[in-house]
Design a protein around this ligand. Structure first.
Ligand SMILES: [Ca+2]
Length: 241
């Protein structure tokens, strides 16, 4: 009996197995090297934007950051089939992540998650393909006074009128090599700024449902942590076990 108890006690105290998953089930491991600057050769220029790059051809600046993080598979609240939340400031998004023991992802973590180990310009390849990610809706003009009204009902009504987002995970082709979904398009995502030249500690990535040229690179750095908008959401990260 004593032997049995001892062996039970040893098992209870045993360290986790080496192959234990570093991230919870609803997060994915994003790991690799992030090059701060990339140069690619554009092969399709329209409307002042690049819609395709020469495959596999790339020059990288010699400034790299090692990334190893667990990232939510979907936009907040990180549940497949659920409508992602919008109209939260960067400060509120930080607090929401903290309630789950997480933090906002950094700009570099987000870019590596989107580009994958091959550093693709879009999560799925070297050329933009219509309809793969949710960013082809027609732009609707917003009414500033309604959207920023102190009257909550007015604000909610305008947000609902502008909403053209999709439930999380409804564009399976818009999945990065690491398995993160909806990075490009759907709702734009708050990230913690990584580049020293940006003015705020808050940045935005991925464009939204009506920004067809969005890709993995390109940061919207023009909004302070107090800014809120009808198409802005976020996703969370945390350090691996
Ligand atoms: Ca997104």
């Amino acid at each position: 009996m004593l032997e049995l108890l001892l062996s039970w006690a040893w098992l209870a105290a045993a360290p986790p197995k080496a192959d234990q998953a570093p991230c919870p089930d609803d997060m994915v491991l994003v790991q690799g090297t992030h090059p701060e600057q990339l140069q690619r050769l554009c092969t399709d220029v329209r409307k002042g934007k690049c819609w395709a790059f020469f495959p596999e051809l790339m020059a990288q600046e010699a400034r790299f950051t090692r990334v190893r993080t667990c990232m939510d598979r979907y936009e907040w609240p990180n549940r497949k089939g659920t409508r992602p939340e919008v109209m939260m400031t960067f400060l509120e998004a930080e607090k929401m992540c903290a309630t789950r023991g997480k933090r906002l992802c950094t700009e570099f973590e987000w870019e590596l998650a989107c580009e994958g180990p091959k550093h693709l310009p879009w999560p799925y390849g070297w050329a933009q393909r219509e309809g793969v990610c949710h960013n082809d809706e027609r732009y609707r003009h917003y009414r500033f006074d309604d959207l920023h009204s102190t009257d909550r009902r007015k604000r909610d009504r305008e947000t609902a009128r502008l909403w053209q987002g999709a439930p999380s995970g409804s564009h399976p082709g818009c999945t990065s090599a690491f398995g993160v979904e909806d990075l490009v398009g759907n709702v734009e995502e708050w990230v913690a700024t990584s580049r020293r030249e940006w003015p705020y500690r808050s940045s935005l990535k991925g464009g939204f449902w009506a920004k067809a040229w969005s890709g993995c690179r390109g940061t919207n750095e023009s909004h302070s942590p107090q800014f809120r908008f009808y198409e802005i959401g976020f996703r969370c990260c945390r350090n691996p076990e």
